[in-house]
Write a protein that binds this ligand. Sequence first.
Ligand SMILES: Cc1ncc(COP(=O)(O)O)c(C=O)c1O
Ligand SMILES: [Zn+2]
Length: 414
Amino acid sequence: MAQYLGFRCSMCETEYSPTSIIYTCPKCGGNLDVLLDTNQIRTKYQVEDITSRSDYSLWRYLPLLPVADPGGAGTPLRSAGWTPLYEPPELAKELGLGRLWVKDEGRNPTASFKDRASSVVVARAREINAEVVVTASTGNAGAALAGMSAAVGQRSVIFAPKTAPQAKIAQLLVYGSQVILVDGNYDSAFDLTIEAASEFGWYCRNTGYNPFTAEGKKTAALEIWEQIILPGQAEHLLNVFVSVGDGNIISGFHKGFKDLMELGWLRQMPRLFGIQSDKSAAVANAFFAGNEEIVPITATTIADSISVDLPRDGVRAVRAARQTGGAYLTVSDEEIIAAIADLGKAGIFAEPAGSTAYAGLKKALRDGIVDPADPVVVINTGNGLKDVRAAMASVSPAPVIEPTMQALKKYLGI
Ligand SMILES: Cc1ncc(COP(=O)(O)O)c(C=O)c1O
Ligand SMILES: [Zn+2]
Protein backbone atom coordinates (compact mmCIF):
# COMPACT_ATOMS: atom_id res chain seq x y z
CA MET A 1 0.00 0.00 0.00
CA ALA A 2 1.18 3.49 -0.85
CA GLN A 3 1.24 6.13 1.81
CA TYR A 4 -1.23 8.76 0.82
CA LEU A 5 -1.64 12.21 2.20
CA GLY A 6 -5.36 12.54 1.64
CA PHE A 7 -7.60 14.01 -1.04
CA ARG A 8 -7.57 17.28 -2.97
CA CYS A 9 -10.60 18.75 -4.69
CA SER A 10 -9.99 19.09 -8.41
CA MET A 11 -12.13 22.25 -8.47
CA CYS A 12 -11.53 24.33 -5.30
CA GLU A 13 -8.30 22.60 -4.22
CA THR A 14 -9.45 22.06 -0.63
CA GLU A 15 -7.54 19.18 0.94
CA TYR A 16 -9.05 16.45 3.11
CA SER A 17 -7.48 13.91 5.44
CA PRO A 18 -7.18 10.28 4.33
CA THR A 19 -9.30 8.99 7.19
CA SER A 20 -12.49 10.77 6.24
CA ILE A 21 -14.69 8.51 4.15
CA ILE A 22 -15.82 11.02 1.60
CA TYR A 23 -16.81 11.00 -1.98
CA THR A 24 -16.93 14.37 -3.76
CA CYS A 25 -15.88 17.69 -2.22
CA PRO A 26 -18.40 18.67 0.49
CA LYS A 27 -17.72 22.34 -0.30
CA CYS A 28 -18.18 22.49 -4.06
CA GLY A 29 -19.08 19.01 -5.29
CA GLY A 30 -15.84 18.67 -7.28
CA ASN A 31 -14.15 15.28 -7.82
CA LEU A 32 -11.40 14.45 -5.35
CA ASP A 33 -7.88 13.39 -6.37
CA VAL A 34 -6.02 10.99 -4.11
CA LEU A 35 -2.72 12.58 -3.06
CA LEU A 36 0.06 10.02 -2.94
CA ASP A 37 3.08 10.63 -0.75
CA THR A 38 5.41 10.52 -3.74
CA ASN A 39 8.45 11.53 -1.69
CA GLN A 40 8.02 8.54 0.53
CA ILE A 41 7.34 6.20 -2.39
CA ARG A 42 10.47 7.45 -4.15
CA THR A 43 12.66 6.81 -1.13
CA LYS A 44 11.18 3.38 -0.58
CA TYR A 45 11.07 2.09 -4.17
CA GLN A 46 13.00 2.17 -7.40
CA VAL A 47 11.42 1.45 -10.79
CA GLU A 48 12.93 -2.06 -10.75
CA ASP A 49 11.18 -2.84 -7.47
CA ILE A 50 7.90 -2.46 -9.33
CA THR A 51 8.81 -4.00 -12.67
CA SER A 52 10.47 -7.05 -11.10
CA ARG A 53 7.34 -8.06 -9.20
CA SER A 54 6.00 -11.45 -10.24
CA ASP A 55 2.35 -10.48 -9.71
CA TYR A 56 0.89 -10.17 -13.22
CA SER A 57 -2.25 -8.24 -12.32
CA LEU A 58 -2.95 -4.65 -11.36
CA TRP A 59 -1.84 -5.55 -7.83
CA ARG A 60 1.78 -5.40 -8.98
CA TYR A 61 1.27 -1.64 -8.51
CA LEU A 62 0.22 -1.94 -4.86
CA PRO A 63 3.11 0.38 -3.86
CA LEU A 64 1.34 3.14 -5.85
CA LEU A 65 -2.22 2.36 -4.70
CA PRO A 66 -3.95 3.94 -1.69
CA VAL A 67 -5.39 0.64 -0.45
CA ALA A 68 -4.02 -2.26 1.54
CA ASP A 69 -3.55 -5.67 -0.03
CA PRO A 70 -7.11 -7.06 -0.16
CA GLY A 71 -6.01 -10.70 -0.05
CA GLY A 72 -8.21 -12.96 -2.12
CA ALA A 73 -5.28 -14.87 -3.61
CA GLY A 74 -6.40 -17.17 -6.41
CA THR A 75 -9.66 -15.29 -6.98
CA PRO A 76 -10.80 -13.07 -9.89
CA LEU A 77 -10.29 -10.02 -7.63
CA ARG A 78 -6.63 -10.81 -7.68
CA SER A 79 -6.36 -11.21 -11.45
CA ALA A 80 -7.85 -7.96 -12.77
CA GLY A 81 -5.45 -5.95 -14.91
CA TRP A 82 -2.22 -6.81 -16.77
CA THR A 83 -4.32 -7.18 -19.89
CA PRO A 84 -2.88 -8.22 -23.27
CA LEU A 85 -1.31 -5.64 -25.50
CA TYR A 86 -1.68 -6.62 -29.14
CA GLU A 87 0.19 -5.11 -32.05
CA PRO A 88 -2.05 -5.93 -35.04
CA PRO A 89 0.07 -5.51 -38.19
CA GLU A 90 -2.83 -5.40 -40.66
CA LEU A 91 -4.63 -2.61 -38.83
CA ALA A 92 -1.43 -0.56 -38.57
CA LYS A 93 -0.86 -1.03 -42.31
CA GLU A 94 -4.42 -0.11 -43.17
CA LEU A 95 -4.15 3.10 -41.15
CA GLY A 96 -0.62 3.89 -42.32
CA LEU A 97 0.68 3.96 -38.74
CA GLY A 98 4.25 3.22 -37.74
CA ARG A 99 3.21 1.52 -34.49
CA LEU A 100 -0.23 0.62 -33.25
CA TRP A 101 -1.17 -1.32 -30.16
CA VAL A 102 -4.59 -2.35 -28.90
CA LYS A 103 -4.84 -2.97 -25.18
CA ASP A 104 -7.64 -5.46 -24.69
CA GLU A 105 -9.48 -4.67 -21.49
CA GLY A 106 -12.16 -7.14 -22.53
CA ARG A 107 -9.79 -9.75 -21.15
CA ASN A 108 -10.40 -8.70 -17.56
CA PRO A 109 -12.24 -11.19 -15.28
CA THR A 110 -15.70 -9.69 -15.93
CA ALA A 111 -14.71 -8.61 -19.46
CA SER A 112 -14.35 -4.85 -19.12
CA PHE A 113 -12.01 -2.09 -17.97
CA LYS A 114 -14.26 -1.57 -14.94
CA ASP A 115 -12.68 -4.49 -13.07
CA ARG A 116 -9.75 -2.19 -12.34
CA ALA A 117 -11.91 0.31 -10.47
CA SER A 118 -14.15 -2.25 -8.83
CA SER A 119 -11.34 -4.37 -7.43
CA VAL A 120 -9.69 -1.35 -5.83
CA VAL A 121 -13.04 -0.17 -4.43
CA VAL A 122 -13.74 -3.64 -3.01
CA ALA A 123 -10.29 -3.54 -1.40
CA ARG A 124 -11.23 -0.20 0.14
CA ALA A 125 -14.63 -1.55 1.25
CA ARG A 126 -12.89 -4.34 3.14
CA GLU A 127 -10.54 -1.89 4.79
CA ILE A 128 -13.42 0.17 6.15
CA ASN A 129 -15.51 -2.93 6.93
CA ALA A 130 -18.34 -1.87 4.65
CA GLU A 131 -21.19 -4.33 4.88
CA VAL A 132 -22.63 -3.47 1.48
CA VAL A 133 -21.11 -1.85 -1.60
CA VAL A 134 -23.49 -0.28 -4.06
CA THR A 135 -23.14 1.20 -7.51
CA ALA A 136 -25.13 2.64 -10.35
CA SER A 137 -24.02 1.29 -13.67
CA THR A 138 -24.73 1.22 -17.37
CA GLY A 139 -23.80 -2.45 -16.92
CA ASN A 140 -20.05 -2.91 -16.84
CA ALA A 141 -19.21 -1.13 -13.60
CA GLY A 142 -21.97 -3.15 -11.96
CA ALA A 143 -20.83 -6.44 -13.46
CA ALA A 144 -17.32 -5.65 -12.28
CA LEU A 145 -18.43 -4.73 -8.76
CA ALA A 146 -20.68 -7.80 -8.60
CA GLY A 147 -17.89 -10.09 -9.80
CA MET A 148 -15.12 -8.66 -7.65
CA SER A 149 -17.42 -8.66 -4.62
CA ALA A 150 -18.51 -12.25 -5.23
CA ALA A 151 -14.85 -13.27 -5.42
CA VAL A 152 -14.27 -12.32 -1.78
CA GLY A 153 -17.75 -12.70 -0.28
CA GLN A 154 -18.58 -8.99 -0.18
CA ARG A 155 -22.27 -8.05 -0.39
CA SER A 156 -23.15 -5.79 -3.32
CA VAL A 157 -26.20 -3.98 -4.64
CA ILE A 158 -26.40 -2.82 -8.26
CA PHE A 159 -28.75 -0.30 -9.86
CA ALA A 160 -28.81 -0.39 -13.67
CA PRO A 161 -31.18 0.84 -16.38
CA LYS A 162 -33.68 -1.86 -17.36
CA THR A 163 -32.52 -1.30 -20.96
CA ALA A 164 -28.94 -2.49 -20.25
CA PRO A 165 -27.81 -5.27 -22.63
CA GLN A 166 -28.97 -8.72 -21.46
CA ALA A 167 -25.46 -10.12 -21.12
CA LYS A 168 -24.54 -7.44 -18.60
CA ILE A 169 -27.73 -8.01 -16.59
CA ALA A 170 -27.04 -11.76 -16.70
CA GLN A 171 -23.58 -11.15 -15.24
CA LEU A 172 -25.00 -9.11 -12.36
CA LEU A 173 -27.47 -11.84 -11.50
CA VAL A 174 -25.06 -14.75 -11.90
CA TYR A 175 -22.51 -13.11 -9.63
CA GLY A 176 -25.22 -13.07 -6.97
CA SER A 177 -25.53 -9.36 -6.50
CA GLN A 178 -28.78 -7.78 -5.39
CA VAL A 179 -29.83 -6.34 -8.75
CA ILE A 180 -32.38 -3.56 -9.05
CA LEU A 181 -33.27 -2.40 -12.56
CA VAL A 182 -34.64 1.10 -12.84
CA ASP A 183 -37.28 2.23 -15.24
CA GLY A 184 -35.11 5.15 -16.30
CA ASN A 185 -31.67 5.91 -17.65
CA TYR A 186 -28.19 5.64 -16.12
CA ASP A 187 -28.37 9.16 -14.74
CA SER A 188 -31.54 8.41 -12.80
CA ALA A 189 -29.97 5.20 -11.44
CA PHE A 190 -26.94 7.26 -10.39
CA ASP A 191 -28.96 9.73 -8.32
CA LEU A 192 -31.03 6.98 -6.70
CA THR A 193 -27.87 5.11 -5.72
CA ILE A 194 -26.42 8.11 -3.93
CA GLU A 195 -29.65 8.64 -2.01
CA ALA A 196 -29.90 4.96 -1.09
CA ALA A 197 -26.26 4.78 -0.02
CA SER A 198 -26.63 7.77 2.22
CA GLU A 199 -29.87 6.57 3.82
CA PHE A 200 -28.82 2.93 4.31
CA GLY A 201 -25.14 3.50 5.10
CA TRP A 202 -23.92 1.56 2.07
CA TYR A 203 -20.48 2.23 0.62
CA CYS A 204 -20.99 3.82 -2.80
CA ARG A 205 -18.74 2.99 -5.75
CA ASN A 206 -20.41 5.35 -8.24
CA THR A 207 -18.13 6.36 -11.09
CA GLY A 208 -16.97 9.97 -10.84
CA TYR A 209 -18.11 10.06 -7.21
CA ASN A 210 -15.90 7.63 -5.30
CA PRO A 211 -12.26 8.84 -5.51
CA PHE A 212 -10.88 5.28 -5.45
CA THR A 213 -12.27 4.33 -8.89
CA ALA A 214 -9.76 6.55 -10.71
CA GLU A 215 -6.98 5.00 -8.61
CA GLY A 216 -7.94 1.56 -9.92
CA LYS A 217 -8.22 2.88 -13.45
CA LYS A 218 -4.82 4.54 -13.34
CA THR A 219 -3.23 1.08 -13.28
CA ALA A 220 -3.88 0.84 -17.06
CA ALA A 221 -1.56 3.84 -17.52
CA LEU A 222 1.03 2.14 -15.32
CA GLU A 223 0.82 -0.95 -17.55
CA ILE A 224 1.26 1.09 -20.72
CA TRP A 225 4.31 2.68 -19.09
CA GLU A 226 5.69 -0.74 -18.27
CA GLN A 227 4.64 -2.52 -21.47
CA ILE A 228 5.47 0.20 -24.02
CA ILE A 229 7.32 3.23 -22.63
CA LEU A 230 9.91 1.70 -20.30
CA PRO A 231 11.15 -0.87 -22.85
CA GLY A 232 11.71 2.06 -25.24
CA GLN A 233 9.13 0.85 -27.75
CA ALA A 234 7.64 4.29 -28.32
CA GLU A 235 10.31 6.41 -29.95
CA HIS A 236 7.99 9.39 -30.28
CA LEU A 237 5.38 10.69 -27.89
CA LEU A 238 2.65 8.11 -27.38
CA ASN A 239 -0.98 8.87 -28.35
CA VAL A 240 -3.57 7.09 -26.19
CA PHE A 241 -7.14 6.71 -27.53
CA VAL A 242 -9.93 5.92 -25.11
CA SER A 243 -13.72 6.24 -25.14
CA VAL A 244 -15.42 8.57 -22.69
CA GLY A 245 -18.76 8.37 -20.89
CA ASP A 246 -18.58 9.77 -17.35
CA GLY A 247 -14.95 10.59 -18.03
CA ASN A 248 -13.46 8.55 -15.19
CA ILE A 249 -11.37 6.18 -17.34
CA ILE A 250 -9.59 9.00 -19.13
CA SER A 251 -9.14 10.82 -15.78
CA GLY A 252 -7.68 7.62 -14.36
CA PHE A 253 -5.19 7.41 -17.22
CA HIS A 254 -4.21 11.02 -16.61
CA LYS A 255 -3.77 10.39 -12.88
CA GLY A 256 -1.58 7.34 -13.52
CA PHE A 257 0.74 9.21 -15.85
CA LYS A 258 0.79 12.23 -13.50
CA ASP A 259 1.78 10.01 -10.55
CA LEU A 260 4.63 8.57 -12.63
CA MET A 261 5.80 12.05 -13.67
CA GLU A 262 5.72 13.20 -10.06
CA LEU A 263 7.80 10.20 -9.07
CA GLY A 264 10.29 11.09 -11.80
CA TRP A 265 9.67 7.68 -13.43
CA LEU A 266 8.19 9.09 -16.65
CA ARG A 267 9.80 11.83 -18.70
CA GLN A 268 7.08 12.79 -21.18
CA MET A 269 3.35 12.79 -20.65
CA PRO A 270 1.55 10.78 -23.38
CA ARG A 271 -1.24 12.59 -25.20
CA LEU A 272 -4.74 11.53 -24.21
CA PHE A 273 -7.50 11.48 -26.83
CA GLY A 274 -11.06 11.13 -25.56
CA ILE A 275 -13.64 9.75 -27.97
CA GLN A 276 -17.38 10.18 -27.56
CA SER A 277 -20.38 9.31 -29.65
CA ASP A 278 -21.84 12.41 -31.27
CA LYS A 279 -25.06 11.30 -29.54
CA SER A 280 -23.47 11.49 -26.09
CA ALA A 281 -20.90 14.25 -26.31
CA ALA A 282 -21.18 16.39 -23.17
CA VAL A 283 -17.45 16.21 -22.39
CA ALA A 284 -16.37 16.76 -25.99
CA ASN A 285 -18.72 19.76 -26.18
CA ALA A 286 -16.92 21.41 -23.24
CA PHE A 287 -13.56 20.65 -24.85
CA PHE A 288 -14.67 22.18 -28.16
CA ALA A 289 -16.11 25.22 -26.36
CA GLY A 290 -12.71 25.79 -24.76
CA ASN A 291 -14.06 25.67 -21.21
CA GLU A 292 -14.79 23.22 -18.40
CA GLU A 293 -18.50 23.73 -18.24
CA ILE A 294 -20.24 20.38 -18.55
CA VAL A 295 -23.71 21.02 -19.97
CA PRO A 296 -25.99 17.98 -19.72
CA ILE A 297 -27.41 16.56 -22.95
CA THR A 298 -29.92 13.84 -23.75
CA ALA A 299 -27.74 10.87 -24.66
CA THR A 300 -29.07 8.37 -27.19
CA THR A 301 -26.04 6.47 -28.52
CA ILE A 302 -26.06 2.74 -29.27
CA ALA A 303 -22.84 2.51 -27.24
CA ASP A 304 -24.72 2.00 -23.97
CA SER A 305 -21.63 2.10 -21.75
CA ILE A 306 -20.87 5.67 -22.78
CA SER A 307 -24.45 6.90 -22.98
CA VAL A 308 -24.45 9.56 -20.27
CA ASP A 309 -26.51 12.74 -19.95
CA LEU A 310 -24.39 14.40 -17.27
CA PRO A 311 -20.82 13.07 -17.10
CA ARG A 312 -19.81 12.90 -13.43
CA ASP A 313 -16.09 13.28 -14.02
CA GLY A 314 -16.37 15.70 -16.92
CA VAL A 315 -14.05 18.45 -15.74
CA ARG A 316 -11.08 16.17 -15.07
CA ALA A 317 -11.88 14.41 -18.37
CA VAL A 318 -11.65 17.67 -20.31
CA ARG A 319 -8.36 18.46 -18.56
CA ALA A 320 -6.93 15.02 -19.36
CA ALA A 321 -6.96 15.85 -23.07
CA ARG A 322 -6.23 19.56 -22.75
CA GLN A 323 -3.29 19.28 -20.37
CA THR A 324 -1.59 16.49 -22.31
CA GLY A 325 -1.81 18.02 -25.79
CA GLY A 326 -4.47 15.51 -26.80
CA ALA A 327 -7.99 16.27 -27.99
CA TYR A 328 -11.59 15.13 -28.06
CA LEU A 329 -13.27 13.68 -31.13
CA THR A 330 -16.82 12.62 -31.71
CA VAL A 331 -17.85 9.75 -33.97
CA SER A 332 -21.21 8.60 -35.29
CA ASP A 333 -22.91 5.41 -34.15
CA GLU A 334 -22.38 4.06 -37.68
CA GLU A 335 -18.63 4.60 -37.32
CA ILE A 336 -18.71 2.89 -33.91
CA ILE A 337 -20.45 -0.15 -35.38
CA ALA A 338 -18.08 -0.27 -38.36
CA ALA A 339 -15.10 -0.21 -35.98
CA ILE A 340 -16.40 -3.40 -34.28
CA ALA A 341 -15.87 -5.18 -37.61
CA ASP A 342 -12.43 -3.54 -38.12
CA LEU A 343 -11.15 -4.79 -34.77
CA GLY A 344 -12.82 -8.14 -35.33
CA LYS A 345 -10.69 -8.70 -38.41
CA ALA A 346 -7.65 -8.45 -36.16
CA GLY A 347 -9.12 -11.04 -33.78
CA ILE A 348 -10.23 -8.48 -31.21
CA PHE A 349 -13.87 -8.50 -30.15
CA ALA A 350 -15.08 -5.14 -28.84
CA GLU A 351 -18.38 -3.89 -27.52
CA PRO A 352 -19.49 -0.54 -29.01
CA ALA A 353 -17.92 1.55 -26.25
CA GLY A 354 -14.66 -0.28 -26.92
CA SER A 355 -14.67 0.15 -30.69
CA THR A 356 -15.48 3.84 -30.21
CA ALA A 357 -11.81 4.51 -29.45
CA TYR A 358 -10.74 2.85 -32.69
CA ALA A 359 -13.36 4.79 -34.66
CA GLY A 360 -11.89 7.92 -33.10
CA LEU A 361 -8.40 6.99 -34.21
CA LYS A 362 -9.60 6.52 -37.79
CA LYS A 363 -11.19 9.95 -37.70
CA ALA A 364 -8.14 11.60 -36.11
CA LEU A 365 -5.96 10.24 -38.92
CA ARG A 366 -8.47 11.32 -41.57
CA ASP A 367 -8.61 14.82 -40.11
CA GLY A 368 -4.83 15.09 -39.67
CA ILE A 369 -5.16 15.49 -35.89
CA VAL A 370 -2.46 12.92 -35.19
CA ASP A 371 0.81 12.31 -37.00
CA PRO A 372 0.94 8.72 -38.37
CA ALA A 373 4.62 8.63 -37.39
CA ASP A 374 3.64 8.80 -33.72
CA PRO A 375 2.90 5.54 -31.90
CA VAL A 376 -0.69 4.92 -30.85
CA VAL A 377 -2.34 2.72 -28.27
CA VAL A 378 -6.10 2.15 -28.52
CA ILE A 379 -7.92 0.93 -25.44
CA ASN A 380 -10.65 -1.63 -26.10
CA THR A 381 -12.57 -1.09 -22.89
CA GLY A 382 -15.07 -3.94 -23.15
CA ASN A 383 -15.60 -7.36 -24.72
CA GLY A 384 -17.94 -7.78 -27.69
CA LEU A 385 -19.87 -10.58 -26.00
CA LYS A 386 -21.32 -7.93 -23.71
CA ASP A 387 -23.57 -6.69 -26.49
CA VAL A 388 -24.24 -9.30 -29.15
CA ARG A 389 -26.97 -7.25 -30.82
CA ALA A 390 -24.55 -4.45 -31.62
CA ALA A 391 -21.97 -6.99 -32.79
CA MET A 392 -24.47 -8.49 -35.23
CA ALA A 393 -25.20 -5.03 -36.59
CA SER A 394 -21.56 -4.72 -37.64
CA VAL A 395 -21.60 -7.72 -39.98
CA SER A 396 -23.74 -9.30 -42.71
CA PRO A 397 -25.88 -12.19 -41.54
CA ALA A 398 -24.62 -15.72 -42.30
CA PRO A 399 -26.52 -17.68 -44.97
CA VAL A 400 -28.58 -20.70 -43.99
CA ILE A 401 -28.36 -23.59 -46.47
CA GLU A 402 -29.48 -27.21 -46.76
CA PRO A 403 -26.71 -29.42 -45.35
CA THR A 404 -25.75 -30.81 -48.76
CA MET A 405 -22.80 -30.32 -51.11
CA GLN A 406 -25.24 -29.36 -53.83
CA ALA A 407 -26.67 -26.53 -51.80
CA LEU A 408 -23.18 -25.45 -50.73
CA LYS A 409 -21.95 -25.34 -54.33
CA LYS A 410 -25.00 -23.41 -55.36
CA TYR A 411 -24.39 -20.91 -52.64
CA LEU A 412 -20.68 -20.62 -53.47
CA GLY A 413 -21.51 -20.33 -57.17
CA ILE A 414 -19.25 -23.27 -58.05
C1 LIG B 1 -16.78 -0.55 -22.04
C2 LIG B 1 -16.72 0.82 -21.49
N1 LIG B 1 -16.03 1.75 -22.18
C3 LIG B 1 -15.96 3.02 -21.75
C4 LIG B 1 -16.61 3.44 -20.62
C5 LIG B 1 -16.51 4.88 -20.23
O1 LIG B 1 -15.88 5.09 -19.02
P1 LIG B 1 -16.15 6.44 -18.23
O2 LIG B 1 -17.62 6.44 -17.92
O3 LIG B 1 -15.30 6.38 -17.03
O4 LIG B 1 -15.77 7.55 -19.15
C6 LIG B 1 -17.35 2.51 -19.87
C7 LIG B 1 -18.10 2.92 -18.67
O5 LIG B 1 -19.04 2.28 -18.25
C8 LIG B 1 -17.38 1.18 -20.31
O6 LIG B 1 -18.07 0.24 -19.63
ZN1 LIG C 1 -14.14 21.61 -3.83
